[in-house]
Design a protein around this ligand. Structure first.
Ligand code: NAP
Length: 454
């Protein structure tokens, strides 16, 4: 088991860490439990002051942190900077809104006083992925800490520097010892941490397989879990769409984060009437993207984060070709140093291909031709995932039809799927359960307590 930063652009190991032994994990769990007992009695004002302090530090350190993200997992420097800025924004948002989101709710009843209050659960374990190494953690930690919980982060093994940075950030902002800690451990230690009596709940963002393991471990320990898993989001283009805009957003929605986003548009389902026009413009735009050094400002698409990830993407594309798909651009790993995979468009996709059934975590777009809107909706829903969906139409009735008919946790019309602190984020079907962000997210790790006074 290695916990290391291996730069995906150079393939060089930049930092390596010894995983924590059991005694160190135990010490950290004890610290979390002790911190939780005190932190739950702190006021929203105190927590908000510290959270805003963390946001200010993060903003002051933005370029350095962004560079770490780029060298650790290959995202472009521009997108790394945007990720850091978004984290500070969410910290400020929850510092401002947590107290009203969690205010006691008076309930009309026969009691002289009946109310619902929200109380922190205590130490929450967060098992996190590498694709947005800061944002995935902050969107859990900002609301969870503001609610009075304490955080234990088990980050993906290839982003240890991001994990250690976050622990140091909260500590330097003044959060008491134990309120936010990183556990440098492999996934083999996760079940034991979930089972530990001092841990009250677990949240996982990651793949379906990890979701099954974590949910099973939480079930065995009878603990609350939230799962944010993969997606194969549809991007539906209908005849009334603004095609120029749809093409521009389609490219961005597919190649954001070098194609490694759970809410990246993956399956492009285009109405027959506009299929040829959309496809020609989309393929041209994908071909024109600059692939290269993620630290270079001109680069649109950097390397994939992991060599194994690139291998899987290419196996999925190869399987599609073997089953009759046509590669309209890209389609093979780039030679030379770095785990680069070019922007790729695969046409004539059918249901028997892996790219139809599985999540494709790289800059590969699958194209489908739909005879009419009904068929487009059917293809959109022909997936075990249900994370996000993007629909392009200027027809109000059609918009409603898709907003209601698409099986997804988040449906965006004439826009790309994105996360924002105000709206609940999460999926249905095999994309997971529970929500992050918004008032729904902050309540996931609160005890809902009923009070009745006669
Ligand atoms: P991953 O392999 O599932 O890893 C995610 C985290 O889970 C890592 O910390 C990993 O630790 C740990 N893990 C893996 N297998 C585990 C197991 N059996 N038991 C306990 N923990 C386990 O996912 P990834 O490759 O890092 O991330 C990509 C996936 O995350 C994609 O499927 C993507 O769609 C999904 N994702 C979903 C969302 C969302 O909000 N829905 C957001 C971002 C990403 P190690 O690194 O030590 O193995």
């Amino acid at each position: 088991m290695t916990i290391a930063t291996v730069n995906p652009a150079t393939e060089e190991t930049e930092a390596e860490f010894e995983p924590y032994d059991d005694a160190t994990v135990d010490e950290r769990l004890a610290k979390a439990a002790a911190a939780a007992a005190r932190w739950r009695t702190s006021t929203f004002e105190e927590r908000a002051r510290l959270m805003v302090g963390a946001a200010e530090l993060l903003e002051a350190e933005l370029p350095d942190v962004a560079r770490t993200l780029t060298t650790e997992m290959g995202k472009t420097f521009a997108s790394a900077k945007a990720e850091v800025a978004k984290c500070a924004l969410a910290m400020r948002y929850f510092s401002e809104h947590a107290s009203s989101m969690l205010a006691p709710e008076a309930i009309e009843s026969k009691a002289s006083r009946a109310e619902v209050v929200y109380r922190p659960m205590g130490p929450v374990l967060a098992v996190m992925p590498w694709n947005f190494p800061l944002w995935q953690v902050v969107r859990f930690a900002a609301p969870a800490l503001m609610a009075g919980n304490v955080g234990l982060l088990k980050h993906a093994s290839n982003v240890p520097q991001a994990a250690l940075y976050l622990e140091s950030l909260f500590r330097r902002a003044g959060h008491p010892d134990g309120v936010f800690q990183t556990l440098l451990v492999g996934s083999d230690k996760v079940e034991a941490v979930i089972a530990d009596e001092r841990v009250r709940a677990v949240t996982l963002t990651g793949s379906e397989g990890a979701g099954r393991s974590v949910a099973a471990a939480a079930g065995r320990a009878l603990k609350k879990s939230v799962l944010e898993l993969g997606g194969s989001d549809p991007f539906v283009v209908l005849p009334s769409a603004d095609l120029d805009r749809a093409v521009a957003v389609a490219v961005e929605a597919r190649v954001q984060n070098n194609g490694q986003s759970c809410i990246a548009a993956k399956r492009f389902i285009v109405h027959d009437e506009v299929y040829e026009e959309f496809t020609a413009a989309f393929v041209d735009a994908m071909k024109a993207l600059v692939v290269g050094d993620p630290l270079d400002n001109a680069t649109a698409v950097g390397p994939l984060a992991l060599e194994a990830g690139r291998r899987t993407v290419h196996e999925q594309v190869t399987d599609a070709v073997e089953h009759g798909a046509e590669v309209l651009c890209g389609g093979a790993p780039l030679s030379g140093l770095g785990w680069y995979y070019p922007p790729t468009v695969v046409g004539d996709v059918t249901a028997d291909m892996r790219v139809h059934r599985e999540e494709v975590f790289g800059p590969v777009a699958m194209l489908y031709r739909a005879a009419d809107a009904e068929e487009a909706l059917r293809i959109a829903n022909d997936t075990t995932f249900g994370l996000g969906a993007s629909v392009w139409s200027r027809d109000a009735e059609e918009q409603e039809r898709f907003l209601e008919g698409i099986e997804a946790g988040m449906t965006f019309v004439n826009a790309m799927v994105a996360s924002t602190p105000e709206l609940p984020f999460g999926g249905i079907k095999r994309s997971g359960y529970g929500r992050e962000l918004s008032a729904h997210g902050i309540k996931e790790f609160c005890e809902v307590r009923s009070r009745w006074v006669s």
